[in-house]
Ligand binder design. Structure first.
Ligand SMILES: *[C@@H]1O[C@H](CO)[C@@H](O)[C@H](O)[C@H]1NC(C)=O
Ligand SMILES: *[C@@H]1O[C@H](CO)[C@@H](O)[C@H](O)[C@H]1NC(C)=O
Length: 402
């Protein structure tokens, strides 16, 4: 009897301890006294509901052979955060934009400086040991993301996260600004672009709230201030084509120029914007992806390669549905980096998917453990090879298709 009573007592006190603990955690989260949370520096941070595709709609295809693990790692530690990989009209390159703000050119033997986006570079932009240490000076040094060559003129168009839409001649050097705002609202996070035969540019501004260095806050917030834009080469005017987009990212025109596809990162889908025909000026869904996309590139056949930053995860789905739960979790003393790792399903991995111009899934390549390739940002197909860039890694991966 005495024993039993003792057990009751301890279970009561255990309950009290639990309640106390719960209260302490709740209080901690409400006040975050030590400013350890992922959103401590963002007093206006808010979380929003975002409707993700249901699990039954998400493609279930997998590359069980993890074929991407056969990729070759190139230029290790010679390029930091090579988001976009492009070749010039003569087929030379690649060219890539790196974390310190330069656009580099591989001349076949070594990397040389090709272009830069900031008129105001100084020693604070010099190479550093870690990719993450660049972010605080990005607004001074520039951060080139999407790159595209004009096949006729050889001009390189650059989406710089801080300096907006830019262009530099075939000889390189300091890029000139084409556009920094639309409808009076400045770009905060210019991300990717594509251009048509007349030099009109279709591009994305990921957020009007957060700059690139705070891309995790865009992800965690699920805000939809992103815009898809058009720069008219004749008039020099920029107009908004699509607004209220959740993390708009990659943009790629179809081979015949009748539409372009853009990645809606926050929803894990591709959308299509009609440029020609009776549907011109309207958008529709193009494909639901197995995860959250970064860039998209069209190959010679007209198919689209999409780099998936991470697959859908149970936690990401729950967090999308319950923004208050998300905010609560974000107030725990867990770093933004670790919160992001949880969000992407525990470990960086790589998924590349290829879609036909009709939106049919044609091919999927993976490294589900992230052993060789992880956090892919872009995939550029050239001469039977896939060139895979990553904004978070210090190399380019090359996968042989045949
Ligand atoms: C130029 O860079 C310095 C720091 O190196 C910075 O203080 C200054 O604001 C920058 N000027 C412009 C116009 O960006
Ligand atoms: C650019 O503007 C001109 C003049 O208004 C117009 O004729 C042309 O169709 C526009 N181009 C695009 C791609 O919107």
């Amino acid at each position: 009897m005495g024993r039993k009573g003792g057990n009751d007592e301890s279970s009561v006190s255990f309950g009290a301890v639990l309640a106390g603990l719960f209260f302490a955690v709740a209080l901690y989260c409400a006040t975050d006294p030590f400013k350890h949370s992922a959103i401590a520096d963002f007093p206006d941070f808010e979380t929003y509901y975002v409707e993700l595709p249901s699990w039954s709609e998400i493609p279930t295809e997998r590359d069980s052979d993890n074929l991407l693990q056969k990729s070759k790692i190139m230029f290790k530690d010679q390029v930091q955060g090579p988001e976009s990989v492009a070749f010039d009209p003569q087929g030379r390159g690649p060219y890539t934009g790196v974390a310190d703000g330069r656009v580099l050119f591989w001349n076949g033997e070594s990397w040389t400086d090709f272009a830069y986006t900031s008129p105001n570079r100084s020693e604070i932009c010099d190479p550093k040991p870690s990719i993450l240490s660049y972010s605080k000076n990005e607004h001074i040094c520039g951060r080139p993301l999407g790159l595209r060559f004009d096949k006729k003129t050889g001009d390189l168009y650059i989406a710089d996260a801080y300096f907006g839409l830019m262009k530099v001649g075939p000889e390189g050097g300091l890029a000139t600004s084409l556009s920094t705002e639309a409808e009076g609202v400045p770009f905060k996070f210019t991300n990717d672009l594509d251009l048509d035969d007349e030099g009109n540019v279709y591009f994305t501004d990921t957020s009007t709230k957060y700059p690139r260095r705070n891309f995790l806050q865009v992800v965690f917030s699920a805000e939809n201030t992103g815009r898809v834009l058009k720069y008219n080469a004749t008039t020099g005017e920029t107009t908004v084509l699509v607004r209220d987009v959740y993390f708009p990212n990659g943009v790629s025109l179809t081979k015949d120029g009748s539409f372009f596809v853009f990645c809606e990162g926050g929803k894990g889908r591709l959308r299509k914007y009609w440029l020609k025909g009776e549907k011109a000026g309207t958008t529709e869904n193009f494909a639901l992806l197995p995860g959250f996309p970064d860039n998209i590139r069209t190959n010679d056949k007209g198919d689209f390669w999409v780099a998936i930053h991470s697959r859908h995860s149970t936690l990401a789905s729950l967090e999308a549905k319950y923004p208050r739960l998300r905010k609560f979790l974000l107030k725990l003393p867990i770093s933004a980096k670790f919160q992001f790792l949880l969000h992407i399903g525990g470990r960086p991995h790589a998924v590349l998917v290829k879609y036909s111009p009709e939106g049919k899934l044609l091919q999927i390549l993976e490294d589900s453990q992230g052993k060789v390739v992880k956090a892919a940002s872009e995939v550029e197909e050239k001469d039977g090879k896939l060139w895979i860039g990553s904004v978070l890694m210090s190399f380019v991966a090359v996968y042989d298709l045949y």
